[in-house]
Design a protein around this ligand. Structure first.
Ligand code: PMP
Length: 365
């Protein structure tokens, strides 16, 4: 067996240790005589798996006691509707900060459920930066303010936490799509009303959506919000109002245990900083490749880059594949290349990419 360095934006590489453990436990989990996929979600074995996963996630992110952790389905795109359905009802207006494809999509979807207001937009920059918090213009009384704190496609990451207290609007709950950088850096959960993300980038298998929501935001759903997507219903049922994505929760739990063994979020953040620096420093100094994102807002997780001579793109990708480096093609809306280097990508993988890029530039420069 030989594994490649997988730079996919998601579903993405998982820690090899986790995959091995899941493989070992596939047929018989801890003497249960069955695998996790075959268990009743209400049986004591699976309930213990889900409880441990939640407890580990809470510890990793230091989630305060007045927040609920929900294991949902539908992915981040479903949340684009589920969030307004749950939070927009009373006030009717929600504010959005537009920093790239994902927040633009979220804003568009929310418009189906109520009034939306753009509090700030980086459109004029071609979505290569995050507008300074001081420039945000919130509406009079929004139900929430929506942010996507890491734009997976554009490779733009907030260099600050959207703490509305700094602009005198502490009462407005901040919603954050953290799909592509949750658990990659230390955050202060208390600064947010709701954090959400699909699991398939930095957490585990696709099919699981994580929602971390402050308790006072429960119970505000519009009457036509589907029960299975009403946060209060889901919270009261311990994320088992309907059958949850049990295997995905189990693997996510193994990833949380792995993260704890790595030293937790602060330790993995230090590694992520080193990985990103290695790649961006090389890109900037190469004269052969370039990244076009405002240096202050460059994502540590998703690194889009271009060859200055784009006629070499196919040769670059073919050579990379031969060297065991895969999924480097950029998103179709951007072109060029993109290397996603989530928590599970060790620095050796980034070093292998930089070595290949150097060799390719030397051959073609
Ligand atoms: N938001 C962000 C930031 C994403 O990266 C993605 C997936 N690429 C989505 C939303 C959509 O997620 P899903 O496909 O799980 O609905």
């Amino acid at each position: 067996m030989s594994r490649v360095w997988n730079f996919s934006a998601g579903p993405a590489a998982l820690p090899e240790e986790v995959l091995r453990q899941a493989a070992e436990e596939m047929l018989d989990w801890h003497g249960a005589g069955m695998g996790v996929m075959e268990m009743s979600h209400r049986g004591k074995e699976f309930v213990s798996i889900a409880e441990a996963a939640e407890a580990d996630l809470r510890e990793l992110l230091a989630v305060p006691a007045n927040y609920r952790v929900l294991f949902m389905q539908g992915g981040a795109i479903a949340e684009n509707a589920i969030i307004p359905l749950n939070l927009m009802g009373g006030k009717g207006t929600a504010d959005y900060v537009l920093t790239g494809s994902w927040s633009v999509k979220s804003h568009k979807e929310a418009g189906r459920y109520g009034r939306v207001h753009v509090a700030a937009s980086a459109e004029a920059s071609g979505y290569t930066t995050v507008p300074a918090l001081e420039s945000w213009q919130l509406s009079a009384d929004p139900a929430y303010l929506f942010t996507c704190t890491n734009e997976t496609i554009g490779g733009v990451e907030y260099p600050f936490e959207p703490d509305l207290a700094r602009i005198g609007r502490a009462g407005v709950p901040v919603v954050a799509d953290m799909s592509s950088h949750i658990l990659s850096r230390v955050i202060d959960v208390a600064k947010y009303g709701l954090i959400f993300g699909g699991a398939q980038k930095n957490i585990g298998p696709a099919g699981l959506t994580i929602v971390i929501v402050r308790e006072d935001l429960l119970g505000r759903a519009m009457p036509h919000c589907p029960s299975a997507f009403d946060y209060k219903t889901v919270a009261e049922a311990g994320s088992m109002y309907n059958t949850p994505p049990t295997y995905a929760i189990y693997v996510a739990g193994l990833v949380f245990q792995w993260l704890r063994r790595q030293g937790g979020v602060a330790a993995i953040e230090a590694r992520n900083v080193a990985k990103a620096r290695l790649l961006y420093d090389y890109l900037d100094g190469s004269g052969f490749y370039e990244n076009r994102v405002d240096p202050a807002c460059r994502s540590r997780m998703n690194v889009p880059f271009f060859l200055r001579d784009e006629s070499l793109n196919d040769a670059f990708l073919a050579g990379a594949k031969e060297a065991g480096l895969v999924q480097l093609k950029g998103h179709k809306s951007v072109g060029g290349m993109r290397a996603s280097i989530y928590n599970a990508m060790p620095i050796e993988g980034v070093a292998a990419l930089v070595d290949y890029m150097k060799a390719f530039a030397a051959r073609h420069g």
